[in-house]
Ligand binder design. Structure first.
Ligand code: NAD
Ligand code: MG
Length: 382
């Protein structure tokens, strides 16, 4: 029996994790649930899954009598305090953005396994998170949930101790894969939110349109698998059937395939190492017919080039890129800036802040704040 705390249970990943828990009550018990704003939805989840604790990070609210049986946490420290106080074997980190850094560190302090969907935290703080984690296949202390990294992790099970030569992350190319640069730069949020293959939260959907999602995933791959920048490649694969590949010295490439449904990597992490019957559709390659591939267009999608740049710069550069992107995406979603300005904001912030240090969680959060302030200032002046 696994006991799992789900941080961000009202989000896209969180709700799909609860689908898995509901399908396998004999294997999975929900220890805790947290949400940011959607309190009614959280109350409903608490009634259904009967956790030991629940948290609302946006602040204190009146709790209905029928959910008072569990322990409640409020405010921005709720995530970390839930992880600190509530016993569980695993913590699924499914919140969006940088809010989860301290709870990831707390989970490792408590010896809990991290099921990691959130990529922003790893991009900014991989250098302090990964030394606390084991990524082996016998008793991992971190299992990736991001579909590409789950795929790589699964392919590496076939490595038998051999080091990979390259990790090849696939990318659907997002909604603007075939758009001209001019058209794309003026794209409306309603266009960018129409992802051709995956149904996800709004921040990551915009990141898929700019390909900052793939940029973050390149850095995520560095930290999870100890890969150097020249060992990580991006391959455009519009059908999203191959979720990623690993190439070895002898030229062999192992790939992981499946439908484009996050239930699969979520369940893989929650049930690891067991493989239980799928709760979503099964892949029928005869129905798919053709798989296609292309190199990424870094002229239209400069985020990919920026990822390699910040990887080579090291230090706090990935944190700055991530923070500036989060700020720019939030302004874009509110209609304050054009799509093209997302790239400009990240570029400007990276150029301005090249010498931040971030050797512990406090310094990283400070650097993150400085980068956000710089990005905000750029947006308000332009
Ligand atoms: P979402 O926006 O649907 O849900 C986010 C969750 O986090 C919600 O429960 C929300 O209440 C909570 N939250 C938001 N702001 C918070 C804050 N400041 N403090 C605490 N909690 C907060 O997001 P999502 O699409 O489920 O993505 C979650 C994470 O997983 C992201 O880091 C994303 O990059 C990653 N991811 C998502 C997918 C996907 O298919 N959705 C795939 C791969 C990786
Ligand atoms: Mg992904």
């Amino acid at each position: 029996m696994r006991t799992i705390a789900i941080l961000g249970s009202t989000g896209s990943i969180g709700k799909q994790a609860l689908d898995v828990a509901a399908a396998y009550p004999e294997d999975i018990k929900i220890a805790a649930l947290t949400a940011h704003h959607r309190k009614e939805e959280l109350f409903e989840q608490v009634r259904r899954f009967q956790p030991l604790a629940a948290g609302l990070t946006s602040g204190e609210v009146t709790i209905p009598d029928d959910v008072k049986f569990c322990k409640w946490y409020f405010g921005k420290d709720a995530l970390r305090n839930v992880v600190r106080d509530i016993p569980s074997s695993d913590v699924l980190v499914a919140v969006v953005g940088m809010a989860s850094l301290s709870c990831v560190l707390e989970a490792r302090k408590k010896g809990k396994r991290i099921l990691l969907a959130n990529k922003e935290t790893l991009v900014a703080g991989g250098h302090i998170i990964m030394p606390l984690c084991r990524m082996d296949h016998d008793n991992p202390s971190l299992i990736p949930v991001d579909s590409e990294h789950s795929a790589v992790y699964q392919c590496l099970q076939g490595a038998q101790g051999n080091r990979f030569r390259r990790i090849i992350l696939t990318a659907s190319g997002g909604p603007f894969r075939t758009w001209t640069k001019e058209r794309m730069m003026q794209a409306q949020p309603s266009d960018a939110l129409k992802h051709p293959k995956w149904s996800m939260g709004s921040k990551i959907t915009i990141d898929s349109a700019t390909m900052f999602n793939k940029a973050l995933e390149i850095i995520e791959a560095k930290w999870l698998f100890g890969a150097q920048s020249h060992e990580i490649r991006v391959l455009i694969h519009p059908e999203s059937i191959i979720h990623s590949l690993v190439e070895f010295e002898d030229g062999v490439q192992l790939a992981q395939l499946g439908t484009a449904d996050m239930h699969t990597p979520i369940m893989y992490a929650m049930q690891y190492p067991k493989r239980k019957p799928s709760i979503s559709g099964r892949l029928k390659l005869e129905d798919v017919g053709t798989l296609s591939f292309a190199a990424p267009d870094t002229e239209r999608f400069p985020a990919i080039t920026m990822a390699y740049e910040v990887l080579n710069l090291g230090g706090m550069a990935p944190c700055v890129m991530n923070a500036a992107n989060e700020v720019a995406v939030s302004h874009y979603l509110k209609g304050h800036i054009s799509f093209g300005r997302i790239f400009d904001t990240v570029r400007h912030t990276l150029d301005k802040l090249s010498d931040l240090s971030g050797s512990d969680a406090d310094e990283i959060l400070l650097g993150d704040m400085k980068a956000r302030a710089q990005a905000e200032q750029y947006i308000s002046q332009n």
